[in-house]
Write a protein that binds this ligand. Structure first.
Ligand code: ZN
Length: 233
Protein backbone atom coordinates (compact mmCIF):
# COMPACT_ATOMS: atom_id res chain seq x y z
CA UNK A 1 0.00 0.00 0.00
CA UNK A 2 1.37 3.42 -0.89
CA UNK A 3 1.05 6.02 1.83
CA UNK A 4 -0.76 8.48 -0.36
CA UNK A 5 -3.51 6.95 -2.38
CA UNK A 6 -7.18 7.73 -2.65
CA UNK A 7 -10.48 6.61 -4.06
CA UNK A 8 -12.47 9.51 -5.51
CA UNK A 9 -16.26 9.38 -5.60
CA UNK A 10 -16.65 10.53 -9.19
CA UNK A 11 -20.22 10.95 -10.40
CA UNK A 12 -19.50 12.76 -13.64
CA UNK A 13 -20.59 16.09 -12.18
CA UNK A 14 -18.63 19.30 -11.81
CA UNK A 15 -17.83 18.98 -8.12
CA UNK A 16 -16.54 15.45 -8.22
CA UNK A 17 -14.49 16.25 -11.36
CA UNK A 18 -12.74 19.04 -9.47
CA UNK A 19 -12.20 16.65 -6.56
CA UNK A 20 -10.60 14.19 -8.95
CA UNK A 21 -8.17 16.84 -10.19
CA UNK A 22 -7.48 17.84 -6.58
CA UNK A 23 -6.71 14.23 -5.67
CA UNK A 24 -4.45 13.78 -8.71
CA UNK A 25 -2.47 16.85 -7.71
CA UNK A 26 -2.04 15.47 -4.21
CA UNK A 27 -1.88 11.67 -4.12
CA UNK A 28 0.50 9.22 -5.76
CA UNK A 29 -2.23 6.83 -6.84
CA UNK A 30 -5.87 7.59 -7.49
CA UNK A 31 -8.80 5.39 -8.46
CA UNK A 32 -12.40 6.42 -9.12
CA UNK A 33 -15.79 5.02 -8.19
CA UNK A 34 -19.25 5.83 -9.53
CA UNK A 35 -22.74 4.55 -8.77
CA UNK A 36 -25.70 3.69 -10.93
CA UNK A 37 -28.75 4.15 -8.69
CA UNK A 38 -31.19 4.65 -11.58
CA UNK A 39 -30.81 8.42 -11.27
CA UNK A 40 -32.90 10.47 -13.65
CA UNK A 41 -29.76 12.15 -14.86
CA UNK A 42 -28.11 8.85 -15.74
CA UNK A 43 -26.47 10.68 -18.62
CA UNK A 44 -23.83 11.63 -16.04
CA UNK A 45 -22.63 8.03 -16.18
CA UNK A 46 -21.78 8.47 -19.87
CA UNK A 47 -20.16 11.82 -19.11
CA UNK A 48 -17.89 10.33 -16.49
CA UNK A 49 -16.45 7.80 -18.97
CA UNK A 50 -15.73 10.47 -21.58
CA UNK A 51 -14.33 12.80 -18.93
CA UNK A 52 -11.88 10.14 -17.72
CA UNK A 53 -10.66 9.45 -21.27
CA UNK A 54 -10.16 13.13 -22.04
CA UNK A 55 -8.58 13.85 -18.67
CA UNK A 56 -5.97 11.18 -19.41
CA UNK A 57 -5.33 12.62 -22.87
CA UNK A 58 -5.07 16.22 -21.68
CA UNK A 59 -3.01 15.63 -18.54
CA UNK A 60 -0.45 12.85 -19.13
CA UNK A 61 1.22 13.45 -15.75
CA UNK A 62 -2.11 12.77 -14.07
CA UNK A 63 -2.85 9.82 -16.35
CA UNK A 64 0.22 8.09 -14.92
CA UNK A 65 -1.34 8.18 -11.44
CA UNK A 66 -4.90 7.46 -12.43
CA UNK A 67 -5.82 3.81 -11.98
CA UNK A 68 -8.93 1.73 -12.25
CA UNK A 69 -12.47 3.11 -12.45
CA UNK A 70 -15.14 1.20 -10.53
CA UNK A 71 -18.81 1.49 -11.47
CA UNK A 72 -21.18 -0.10 -8.96
CA UNK A 73 -24.78 -1.00 -9.63
CA UNK A 74 -26.83 0.33 -6.71
CA UNK A 75 -30.21 -0.01 -8.39
CA UNK A 76 -31.59 -1.09 -5.04
CA UNK A 77 -31.13 2.49 -3.79
CA UNK A 78 -33.40 3.73 -6.58
CA UNK A 79 -35.94 1.06 -5.57
CA UNK A 80 -36.15 2.14 -1.95
CA UNK A 81 -36.13 5.87 -2.57
CA UNK A 82 -39.03 7.84 -3.94
CA UNK A 83 -37.52 11.18 -4.84
CA UNK A 84 -37.42 13.65 -7.68
CA UNK A 85 -33.96 12.34 -8.61
CA UNK A 86 -35.09 8.78 -9.09
CA UNK A 87 -38.70 9.30 -10.24
CA UNK A 88 -40.51 11.49 -12.71
CA UNK A 89 -41.51 13.93 -10.03
CA UNK A 90 -41.52 17.67 -9.74
CA UNK A 91 -38.40 19.20 -8.23
CA UNK A 92 -39.39 21.32 -5.25
CA UNK A 93 -39.49 21.11 -1.50
CA UNK A 94 -40.95 18.21 0.46
CA UNK A 95 -42.92 18.56 3.70
CA UNK A 96 -39.72 17.94 5.64
CA UNK A 97 -38.36 21.21 4.24
CA UNK A 98 -35.71 19.30 2.32
CA UNK A 99 -35.59 19.49 -1.48
CA UNK A 100 -37.48 16.66 -3.18
CA UNK A 101 -34.17 15.76 -4.84
CA UNK A 102 -32.81 14.52 -1.52
CA UNK A 103 -32.16 10.77 -1.74
CA UNK A 104 -32.16 9.60 1.89
CA UNK A 105 -29.08 7.65 2.82
CA UNK A 106 -27.40 8.15 -0.55
CA UNK A 107 -24.05 9.43 0.59
CA UNK A 108 -24.01 7.02 3.53
CA UNK A 109 -24.48 4.10 1.16
CA UNK A 110 -21.99 5.49 -1.37
CA UNK A 111 -19.31 6.04 1.25
CA UNK A 112 -19.80 2.60 2.76
CA UNK A 113 -19.35 0.93 -0.63
CA UNK A 114 -16.46 3.25 -1.46
CA UNK A 115 -14.86 2.30 1.85
CA UNK A 116 -15.21 -1.38 1.04
CA UNK A 117 -13.64 -0.91 -2.41
CA UNK A 118 -10.85 1.27 -0.98
CA UNK A 119 -10.12 -1.41 1.62
CA UNK A 120 -9.89 -4.12 -1.02
CA UNK A 121 -7.77 -1.96 -3.35
CA UNK A 122 -5.40 -0.81 -0.60
CA UNK A 123 -6.36 2.85 -1.02
CA UNK A 124 -6.13 4.86 2.15
CA UNK A 125 -8.49 7.79 1.78
CA UNK A 126 -11.85 8.61 0.26
CA UNK A 127 -12.39 11.91 -1.55
CA UNK A 128 -15.83 13.35 -2.19
CA UNK A 129 -17.35 16.58 -3.47
CA UNK A 130 -19.73 17.09 -0.57
CA UNK A 131 -20.20 20.75 0.20
CA UNK A 132 -22.19 22.56 2.83
CA UNK A 133 -21.68 26.11 1.54
CA UNK A 134 -23.96 26.33 -1.47
CA UNK A 135 -25.62 23.07 -0.65
CA UNK A 136 -29.26 22.34 -1.17
CA UNK A 137 -29.80 21.51 2.48
CA UNK A 138 -28.77 17.87 2.13
CA UNK A 139 -27.90 16.70 5.65
CA UNK A 140 -25.60 14.00 4.27
CA UNK A 141 -23.33 16.65 2.72
CA UNK A 142 -22.40 18.20 6.04
CA UNK A 143 -18.89 17.84 7.38
CA UNK A 144 -20.35 16.59 10.67
CA UNK A 145 -21.93 13.69 8.77
CA UNK A 146 -18.60 12.99 7.04
CA UNK A 147 -16.80 12.98 10.40
CA UNK A 148 -19.27 10.41 11.70
CA UNK A 149 -18.95 8.29 8.54
CA UNK A 150 -15.18 8.25 8.59
CA UNK A 151 -15.28 7.23 12.22
CA UNK A 152 -17.70 4.38 11.61
CA UNK A 153 -15.76 3.18 8.55
CA UNK A 154 -12.48 3.30 10.44
CA UNK A 155 -13.95 1.41 13.37
CA UNK A 156 -15.88 -1.05 11.26
CA UNK A 157 -12.93 -1.95 9.04
CA UNK A 158 -10.25 -1.48 11.69
CA UNK A 159 -8.31 0.79 9.34
CA UNK A 160 -8.04 4.56 9.12
CA UNK A 161 -10.39 5.70 6.37
CA UNK A 162 -10.37 9.50 6.18
CA UNK A 163 -13.10 11.13 4.10
CA UNK A 164 -11.54 14.18 2.43
CA UNK A 165 -13.94 16.88 1.24
CA UNK A 166 -11.93 19.63 -0.47
CA UNK A 167 -15.03 21.56 -1.56
CA UNK A 168 -16.80 21.52 1.81
CA UNK A 169 -16.45 25.23 2.51
CA UNK A 170 -16.18 26.59 -1.04
CA UNK A 171 -19.02 28.20 -2.97
CA UNK A 172 -19.54 27.33 -6.62
CA UNK A 173 -17.55 30.35 -7.82
CA UNK A 174 -14.61 29.20 -5.70
CA UNK A 175 -14.99 25.70 -7.10
CA UNK A 176 -14.59 27.07 -10.64
CA UNK A 177 -11.59 29.03 -9.41
CA UNK A 178 -10.06 25.90 -7.87
CA UNK A 179 -10.45 24.09 -11.23
CA UNK A 180 -8.40 26.79 -12.88
CA UNK A 181 -5.74 26.66 -10.18
CA UNK A 182 -5.43 22.91 -10.52
CA UNK A 183 -5.46 22.49 -14.29
CA UNK A 184 -5.70 25.90 -15.93
CA UNK A 185 -7.98 26.66 -18.83
CA UNK A 186 -7.68 23.11 -20.16
CA UNK A 187 -9.33 21.72 -17.03
CA UNK A 188 -12.00 24.41 -16.94
CA UNK A 189 -12.83 23.68 -20.60
CA UNK A 190 -13.01 19.96 -19.90
CA UNK A 191 -15.34 20.53 -16.95
CA UNK A 192 -17.59 22.85 -18.95
CA UNK A 193 -17.80 20.45 -21.87
CA UNK A 194 -17.77 16.97 -20.34
CA UNK A 195 -19.21 17.09 -16.82
CA UNK A 196 -22.91 16.94 -16.09
CA UNK A 197 -24.87 18.76 -13.40
CA UNK A 198 -28.49 19.15 -14.56
CA UNK A 199 -30.99 17.16 -12.48
CA UNK A 200 -33.17 16.60 -15.53
CA UNK A 201 -30.35 15.11 -17.53
CA UNK A 202 -30.66 17.74 -20.28
CA UNK A 203 -27.65 17.85 -22.59
CA UNK A 204 -29.32 19.53 -25.54
CA UNK A 205 -28.75 23.13 -24.41
CA UNK A 206 -25.21 24.45 -24.24
CA UNK A 207 -24.51 27.48 -22.04
CA UNK A 208 -21.21 29.20 -21.22
CA UNK A 209 -21.03 27.02 -18.09
CA UNK A 210 -21.90 23.76 -19.82
CA UNK A 211 -24.98 21.71 -20.72
CA UNK A 212 -28.30 21.67 -18.90
CA UNK A 213 -31.93 22.77 -18.81
CA UNK A 214 -30.77 26.05 -17.28
CA UNK A 215 -33.61 26.26 -14.77
CA UNK A 216 -33.41 23.33 -12.31
CA UNK A 217 -31.71 24.05 -8.95
CA UNK A 218 -28.51 22.28 -10.01
CA UNK A 219 -28.21 24.25 -13.27
CA UNK A 220 -29.04 27.44 -11.42
CA UNK A 221 -26.25 26.91 -8.90
CA UNK A 222 -23.71 26.00 -11.58
CA UNK A 223 -24.69 28.98 -13.76
CA UNK A 224 -24.61 31.51 -10.93
CA UNK A 225 -21.28 30.23 -9.65
CA UNK A 226 -19.80 30.45 -13.14
CA UNK A 227 -21.10 34.00 -13.63
CA UNK A 228 -19.76 35.09 -10.24
CA UNK A 229 -16.36 33.54 -10.97
CA UNK A 230 -16.15 35.09 -14.46
CA UNK A 231 -17.24 38.41 -13.01
CA UNK A 232 -14.48 38.28 -10.44
CA UNK A 233 -11.80 36.97 -12.85
ZN1 ZN B 1 -31.08 21.57 -15.18
Amino acid sequence: MTTTSALVLFSGGQDSAVCLAWALSRYERVETIGFDYRQRHRVELDCRKVFLVKLRETFPHWAAKLGEDHLLDLGVLGEVSDTALTREQEIGFAESGLPSTFVPGRNLVFLTFAGAVAYRRGLNALVGGMCETDFSGYPDCRRATMDAVQKSLSLGMDRDMPVETPLMYLDKAQTWSLSEELGGKALVDLIVEETHTCYLGDRTQRHAWGYGCGTCPACDLRAKGYAKWRGAA
